[in-house]
Each structure stands twice: as C-alpha cells, then as structure tokens.
Design a protein around this ligand. Structure first.
Ligand code: SF4
Ligand code: SF4
Length: 442
C-alpha cells in the first residue's frame, strides 16, 4: 500500500475541523505543507499535549508526507508561548535531521483558521471560497498527522485525546475510544461540579453548545477534541438562546454602523470582500440578491464580530449563518469579481489577543486550571457513528453478534465515494447496527 492507501485504510480524517478525508486532501503536490498546531480556540489543549508528548511521531510523519507530496517547505505553526512544545519539536527535528521549520505565532484568535495560518506562513491570501491548494499549500492538523503516523504503523483511528475543562472535578486531557459516551468521559474526570450544566463540544467560539438533556446520545467522534463544562445560565449559553427573529430586529434597530465588526473581521483583514456591518445594514431589505447580503457566504463563522467587536451586543455571525442557509437554499454561489486580494495594512494591530477574548467570553476562571494527563476512558460500551466527517456514511461489514477486536474494520466507505472507514475502538460484541455500530465490551 502507498501512503494515501494506508491513510484511507486507517480511516484518517481531519482531526481538528469538519473531518475532510485525509487521503483525498493529501492527493496533491504542493510548495508548502503546513501543520496546524495553533489550536486557537480558548482553553483547548489537546494539540499542545500531542506536540509535547508525540513530537518524534509528528516529525517522522510530516517528513514522510512532505516527501510524498513533494513539499518544498514543511512548516509547523504553533504559538510562541508553547515553550515546552517548541523544545520537544526542536529536539525531534534535530534527532531525525529533519528539514521541518517552526512558525511561531503571536497568541491571537483565530490564528488556527486555515486561511489565516496560510496567510501568516506564506503571505498569500487564499481567494474567498478557495482552499489552500489555490496558493500552493496544504494544511493538516497535528492530531491528523499523529493519526497518519499511527496509520504508517498499521494502527487505525480508534481514539482521541480530549481536553475536559470547566466545571469538572478533575480537569484533564484523556484518551477516549471513539464512540464513547460523553457522559462516560465526564465520569472519568470525576463528574461535573454543578448539577445544572451545559457543554460546549469543541471551542467556546465555534464549538457546539449542548444542554444536559442532549448529552445522553452524544458520543466522542473523530473530530472531537474538547468538552467544556459550564453553567446552563452561562453568558455563552444565554446568548445562544436568542432567536434569529430577535437578532434581525436588533440588527435593524440597534446597529449603529460603527463598523467595528468589519474592521476586526479576520477574513476582511486578509483582503476578502466581507463587510459584516453592510450585511447588518441590509438585513431589513430581505433581499437575497443584495450584494452585501451575498457576502455572508464567505464568512468563516469565527465569531469575532459578535463575541468581541460589537459594542451593541449584536449577532453578525449568527445572522451570517442564517443568511448562508437561505442563500444555499436559493442556489446562490459565491463568485469572485477579482483575483487580487490585498491584506489590510492595519491587520497586525487588529489581532484579537486570546486572553482578552477569554475575559469577554466570561471564561477567565477556567484559564489557569491545571489539566491532569495520562488518564484513559475504558467504556463498557461504545456507539461508533458510520459518518463522522464530510462525505457519505460507511457501509457496515459486520453483523450483530460478531466479536470484534480493536482496530478491526467494521464499516467501509464505498469505492469512489467520499468518506472514511470505521474501526472497532474496543474489543467486544456488536450489539446494534443503525446509523452507528454499538459494541459491548467483553
Ligand atoms: S464571524 Fe464575523 S468576524 Fe468572523 S469571518 Fe464571519 S463576519 Fe468576519
Ligand atoms: S459592530 Fe455591531 S453596531 Fe457596529 S456595525 Fe457591526 S453590528 Fe453594527
């Protein structure tokens, strides 16, 4: 098997984003291979853990991938404050006589946004709606690269390192078999400190907020990396409850057109024609053909505009998400009117410091939590979704009653379709097959 076949066989998908199948993403030749170790969402530390503890594996894997895609430059992006991780990676680079370079970034949000990272490393702006390949780059997350290392060792994707932080007895980074119930992960960390809690699956800016009564069926998937436990009355949860109609009315009546949302928008700052203040101004027109409204399509949903920039507490990001849905329904697509995109000369001064953002999000109290490491969840049952990222669901190749071993393929992506293989993550017996495969441990 060649590298791409091994990656496909192991079921590797993007570990830090939407879960794009990695064998398809890396089927290219590029100038820049960029490894994303920024993990820019506040409080998250799983990638940091991987870089600190698996630096040898990362360097070996990126060398291998770099050769396969003929990359001239292999660059790992991480934060300048990650002292231990920088030392670990430098030692591994020396050990393997590697040509990998480190790109040290200021601590700002969203430094780990793919388009922002590519701009920071190459100085090139990816066109709106484009991908890094358009400017000769491909980006993989450090978690993905670690999974590729394991694939080269003939190990499949069966677990995740998950940051568990917030209102939890033992804040930790734990190793979790994919398909484990979120409730089991919380129990492993000593349980929640409060009775009435909500969870953020992922980072506070872009992660999914779920209420306590939604967690029963929620399991850890290949794209999960964090669970943040907060009060069900927390500021972030209260903001989530505002209805779209209320947001639209607020935009019509309370937007003062200060344009802070536009001036601080990271996509606007790298030269994209995205002006959230104009979208807010135009929302009253209710016209999907309006040029300003169409800009919502190129919003990356980072949330700077509404959680940091807007002095009126308005919600440009969620209005953009709403408009994107409407524009998609009406078949509208983004069309670039130019090929030239120039970053704003003020960009350096408008980066949002992560610590200031944490304060705005009312999350300061969790910033200094010391995370325990080395724990591993050993569930008695897992429920592994057949579809965990972009593409079609995998087709089961096992039956109820079969005994399976860790790493055994239990569902395969159909030939010619986009998706990823699914493997057993615990040793056990298949107990149910639906849109996921349940395994009871033996
Ligand atoms: S969420 Fe707001 S700040 Fe972020 S890209 Fe969209 S418009 Fe810009
Ligand atoms: S920052 Fe808020 S008030 Fe100012 S233009 Fe944007 S949405 Fe309107």
């Amino acid at each position: 098997m060649n590298l791409l076949e091994e990656i496909k066989d192991a079921g590797v998908i993007g570990a830090g984003g939407a879960g794009f199948p990695t064998h398809l993403k890396l089927n290219c030749n590029v100038e820049y291979f960029i490894i994303n170790g920024l993990e820019c969402e506040p409080l998250l530390q799983s990638d940091k853990y991987i870089m600190r503890n698996k630096s040898d594996e990362i360097i070996q894997a990126v060398e291998e991938i770099g050769r396969a895609i003929e990359a001239e430059h292999i660059i790992i992006g991480l934060k300048e404050e990650y002292h231990e991780e920088i030392e670990a990676l430098k030692a591994s680079i020396k050990k393997f006589n590697s040509k990998v370079k480190l790109h040290l970034s200021r601590v700002f949000y969203p430094a780990g946004d793919e388009q922002i990272l590519v701009y920071e490393v190459t100085g090139r702006t990816i066109q709106p709606g484009g991908i890094p390949l358009n400017v000769g780059a491909v980006v993989s997350n450090v978690g993905t690269v670690f999974n590729i290392f394991e694939a080269l060792e003939e190990k499949k994707v069966t677990y995740k390192f998950v940051t568990v932080i917030g209102e939890i007895l033992m804040p930790s980074i734990v190793k979790v078999p994919i398909g484990t119930k979120v409730k089991d992960v919380l129990d492993k960390c000593g349980g929640t400190l409060i009775k009435d809690y909500s969870l953020i699956m992922g980072g506070p800016m872009m992660g999914r907020k779920i209420s306590k009564d939604q967690i029963e069926d929620r399991v850890i998937t290949k794209t999960d990396g964090a669970i943040i436990v907060i009060s069900e009355n927390h500021y972030l949860i209260e903001r989530e409850k505002v209805t779209i109609e209320h947001m639209k009315n607020q935009a019509k009546s309370a937007c003062i057109q200060c344009r802070f949302c536009t001036d601080m928008c990271p996509r606007n700052l790298i030269g994209h024609p995205l002006n959230p203040h104009k979208i807010m101004r135009s929302i009253a027109l209710n016209d999907l053909n309006n040029e300003a409204i169409k800009q919502a399509i190129i919003c990356c949903e980072c949330g700077i505009c509404e959680m940091y920039a807007c002095p009126m507490g308005l919600s440009p990001k969620r209005i953009n998400i709403y408009l994107k849905g409407k524009l998609r329904e009406s078949g509208q697509k983004w069309e670039n009117k130019t090929n030239s995109f120039t970053a704003n000369i003020m960009r350096e001064y408008r980066k949002v410091p992560t610590n200031r953002l944490i304060a705005r999000l009312h999350l300061d109290k969790y910033k200094k939590q010391k995370l325990q490491e080395g724990g591993e969840v050993k569930p008695t049952e897992v429920k592994i979704p057949l579809r965990q990222g972009i593409g079609a669901g995998a087709i089961p190749v096992v039956e109820v009653g079969d005994t399976v071993e860790i790493g055994q393929v239990i569902a395969r992506v159909e030939e010619g379709k986009m998706g990823s293989n699914v493997h057993a993550t615990i040793r056990g017996v298949i107990s149910e097959i639906s849109d996921s495969i349940a395994i009871k441990a033996i």
